[in-house]
Design a protein around this ligand. Structure first.
Ligand code: DC
Length: 220
């Protein structure tokens, strides 16, 4: 069974998806982490981020794996190396746009993700899972929240990790990412017609998870 959670940055998708997966005993697939991991590799290899052909060639010779271990946070492996922390750096976050907008790279990513979905029951989060990657998913959710709330959540998250944060910069970056996600030609952020909209503006993480869990449980 595949459950998809799409939505904009900062809506809480990863946190919710992770907890929902745990509750259901499913694997968790953080597709943003995959785009981020390839960004780390492109930056390390000094591939020109505007060079679509080079990015596709790089994707084809890269191995990205998501390791779900009981009781452990998801591990993101880039050619076997644990890059779970490296992928969260601000420059990686900002450069992932180049990777995510490249159709050939998305094609490779979508194939990997579909392969993972065939291997195990999972909850995946991203932008195009309900529309492109798993159009036949059993349950689709679209998790959204007001812009100001999404900004505040990101600020809190970074502060809790001890990372410096300028609220004005963060607001500008998040607005920019929203624009990039929505206006991308291939795999843009979009609510699937059959996705259930969950507005988490006034919901706690637990409430969002419980809501999704009860929708799933009522049908299986
Ligand atoms: O969810 P996130 O912030 O970790 O995603 C990182 C980037 O990857 C973000 O710029 C959007 C992009 N992304 C995408 O294009 N498609 C996905 N399925 C997941 C993420």
């Amino acid at each position: 069974m595949v459950i998809t959670i799409d939505g904009p940055a900062g809506a809480g998708k990863s946190t919710v998806a992770k907890l929902l997966a745990k509750k259901l005993g499913f694997a968790f697939m953080d597709t943003g982490a995959m785009y981020r991991a390839l960004t780390v590799k492109a930056m390390r290899c000094q591939v020109r981020l505007e060079d679509a052909e080079a990015l596709v060639a790089l994707a084809k010779k890269t191995h990205i794996d998501l390791l779900n271990e009981p009781g452990q946070p998801l591990k993101v492996l880039l050619d076997g190396e644990d890059v779970s922390e490296a992928i969260r750096a601000t420059d990686v976050t900002n450069n992932t746009f180049y990777i995510a907008r490249t159709p050939g790279v998305r094609h490779v990513m979508v194939e990997w993700q579909q392969l993972m979905g065939r291997r195990q029951s999972m909850v995946g989060d991203g932008r195009d899972l309900g529309t492109v990657v798993f159009p036949e998913a059993e349950f689709k959710f679209y998790l959204d929240a007001d812009f100001a709330v999404r900004c505040q959540r990101r600020i809190d998250e970074l502060k809790s990790k001890g990372q410096p944060v300028d609220p004005k910069d963060l607001e500008r970056d998040l607005a920019e990412r929203d624009h990039q996600d929505i206006s991308r030609k291939v795999g843009p952020l979009k609510q699937a017609d059959d996705a259930i909209l969950v507005d988490s503006t006034r919901m706690s993480v637990e409430e969002a998870v419980d809501f999704m869990f009860s929708r799933i449980k009522s049908k299986i």
